[in-house]
Write a protein that binds this ligand. Structure first.
Ligand code: FAD
Length: 346
């Protein structure tokens, strides 16, 4: 057993942490209060190599892996969950999905501009009537000559208001259930494609969430991602990776909350001493610390297994572990954040 990060992983973590502290943390208050997304800063992350960590160098990426991408997400989340969520939707849900399922031509066309921040990506599955029950989507795609005509509405789509490229799931054979869904690469500016209102949220404010409306939206045949009617394979194949990856956000948010609570406990004085001197506060901090470390171990193990599965490793443990990591860490993050709020008092 070796619990240490590789030199490359350490380098990614240090670079992103440094960038997030210097560039994102000073903006975190404004991002939340004004529901503002620092788009210029986000695009600049492309120039620094952060948006394409697991993408091979031949497509303009850093040639790293999914563990490295998760570590970047963790350290972005520590400073701004909003920037982190947009990063995840762009770099993982859109770009990494395209990398695993796209044709050579699609990868050469889209990955370099997505990696440099010249283009922003999103993934559009959810619909007003189809959330957990993703197979019940109603967006349709009808073939017409060398094109597909898409009709439907997607909602809750991270980055939709600013995205140049959307991976869209639609029914190409509505009678065939899961075997009639296809994934498409839909470019902003396609006839019949529009983005409606930005959705207001309780959390992750700043990360732009929106609705995509497709009315007789024309998409060329060459923009089918994967094989026609095989969209569920595109969707399901990515789930382990996405779950293992996104658990990193919960770990990062929890760590950020812990850092602030610890600092406050040292500074805030009551009854003649810093509140960190009281055993009740110490117990809270030690529980938070143990919770975060347990979650991080699970998160890193799931990410490592997801990476090995990507490289052809076999076994089903990753299905269970990725789901367990996301579930545990989402709850852990809430517990830790709640205690951090208690330590801050009023
Ligand atoms: C901030 C944010 C960003 C998002 N980004 C994206 C994105 O980029 N792309 C995208 O496609 N989607 C995105 N989503 C959508 C997200 O995937 C959906 O919200 C999610 O799938 C749940 O769907 P729903 O909100 O319609 O809830 P529902 O599915 O309607 O669930 C409502 C409630 O019913 C419960 N429930 C549902 N089914 C069952 C059942 N069988 N048994 C018991 N209880 C059940 C749920 O647990 C929940 O408590 C985003 C959502 C949020 C909040």
């Amino acid at each position: 057993m070796d619990f240490s990060l590789t030199t490359e992983q350490k380098m990614i973590k240090d670079t992103v942490r440094d960038f997030a502290r210097k560039e994102i943390w000073p903006l975190a208050g404004r991002i939340d209060e004004e529901d503002w997304f620092p788009e210029g800063l986000f695009r600049r992350m492309g120039g620094l190599g952060m948006l394409a960590i697991p993408i091979p160098e031949e497509y303009g990426g850093a040639g790293g892996d999914i563990v490295g991408q998760m570590l970047a997400l963790e350290d972005l989340s520590r400073c701004s969950p909003s920037v982190a969520l947009s990063f995840g939707a762009h770099a993982n849900l859109c770009m990494y999905n395209l990398h695993r399922n796209g044709s050579e031509e699609q990868k050469r066309r889209f990955l370099p501009p997505l990696g440099s921040g010249g283009m922003i990506g999103c993934l559009a599955l959810t619909e007003p009537g189809a959330g957990s029950d993703a197979m019940s989507i109603r967006t349709t795609a009808r073939r017409s000559g060398g094109e597909y005509i898409l009709n439907g509405t997607k909602t809750f789509i991270t980055n939709a208001p600013i995205a140049d490229l959307a991976i869209v799931y639609a029914k190409t054979d509505p009678g065939a259930g899961p075997k009639g869904i296809t994934a498409f690469l839909v470019e902003k500016g396609s006839p019949g494609y529009s983005v409606s209102r930005k959705i207001k949220k309780m959390g992750h404010r700043g990360s732009p969430t929106g609705e995509i409306i497709m009315e007789d939206c024309r998409v060329p045949e060459r923009n089918v991602l994967g094989i026609e009617n095989n969209g569920v394979a595109v969707m399901m194949r990515g789930l382990d990776v996405e779950r293992a990856f996104f658990a990193g956000e919960a770990v990062g948010i929890a760590q950020g909350a812990f850092d602030l609570a610890l600092q406050y406990a040292k500074e805030r004085e009551q009854f003649g001493q810093p509140i960190g001197g009281f055993q009740l506060i110490q117990a809270k901090l030690s529980d938070m610390y143990a919770d975060i470390e347990a979650g991080r171990l699970l998160c890193y193990k799931a990410a490592q297994l997801a990476m090995e599965a990507e490289r052809g490793g076999k076994g089903t443990e990753i299905h269970k572990l990725a789901a367990a990591s996301l579930m545990f860490n989402a709850r852990m993050c809430n517990r830790v954040a709640d205690e951090a709020v208690q330590i801050h008092g009023g």
